[in-house]
Design a protein around this ligand. Structure first.
Ligand code: NDP
Length: 246
């Protein structure tokens, strides 16, 4: 159980992040959710989190902004206690073939999906080290392992997260802090809702489990990696993809 521990879930007010936040709250953690701009989703998620009996609050915080994310992490520590669990889940897509992909679209995806995780780890890790217990889980993607035409920016960011995860795992292992990644396959959220029907059908045909994943499938894997039982697992990339990227 995670009673008395404070977690931050970035992008925690919709989709996979919300499912993770709720799962951690059910395990007893106090939860801070960071979001980009969807205040209605933030209010709804916080209400759901509070119903579980834990402390919970949302912060509008662009994780790609070093100073803003530092300030928000300090506020979380002051209001909810030292951060011992960090789930870097915030992510965006700006898809396009290399021929048409703008420099701005490349940079933005890297800034949010990869640099944002670096910022958050940098702001949180000393709090975990002081407690000699911490958990970092970075949400990458099977696309970071396999590549995907039309997603060079996204795949580069997600592959980068794997390197970041393994490096931090090595740096922090001796201090009781684990750092792992979870690589979802095709999960039913707003992000994948935007895909054209044809692309969805093509993806489905490649999934041995013959179904789209649910946010809760990912949340349960994250909860396991955060648990005491997973204390000897670090630097791992756990696919949650129904066999898609075997
Ligand atoms: P959604 O688009 O449903 O939700 C994304 C969340 O991230 C939102 O809460 C959004 O905030 C937040 N966010 C976006 N940009 C920022 C930012 N700059 N700073 C802080 N928060 C931000 O995504 P999913 O739930 O589908 O995806 C979650 C993670 O899982 C992502 O990292 C994604 O790449 C990864 N993933 C998803 C897969 C899928 O099939 N869905 C597959 C593999 C990986 P707001 O609500 O305010 O807009």
């Amino acid at each position: 159980m995670l009673n008395g521990k404070t977690a931050i879930v970035t992008g925690g007010v919709r989709g996979i992040g919300r499912a993770i936040a709720l799962e951690l709250a059910r395990q007893g953690a106090d939860v801070a959710v960071f979001y980009a701009g969807n205040q209605a989703a933030a209010e709804q998620t916080v209400a759901q989190l509070l119903e579980t009996g834990v402390k919970a609050k949302a912060w509008q915080c662009d994780v790609s902004d070093f100073e803003a994310s530092k300030r928000c992490v300090e506020e979380v520590a002051k209001e909810l206690g030292p951060v011992q669990i960090l789930i870097n889940n915030a992510g965006i897509t700006r898809d396009g073939l290399m021929l048409t992909m703008s420099e701005e679209d490349y940079d933005r995806v890297l800034d949010v999906n990869l640099k944002g995780a670096f910022h958050m780890m940098k702001h949180c890790y000393s709090q975990m080290m002081r407690k000699r217990w911490g958990r970092v889980v970075n949400i990458t993607s099977v696309v970071g392992l396999m590549g995907n035409a039309g997603q060079a920016n996204y795949a580069a960011a997600k592959a980068g997260l794997v390197g970041l995860t393994k490096s931090m795992a090595r740096e922090l292992a001796g201090r009781g802090v684990t750092c792992n990644a979870v690589a979802p396959g095709y999960i039913d959220t707003d992000m994948t809702g935007q895909l054209p029907e044809k692309a969805k059908e093509a993806l489905m045909a490649q999934i041995p489990a013959k179904r789209i994943g649910r946010p809760e499938d990912v949340a349960r894997a994250v909860a396991f990696l955060v648990s005491d039982e997973a204390g000897y697992i670090t630097g791992e990339v756990l696919r949650v993809d129904g066999g898609l990227a075997m």
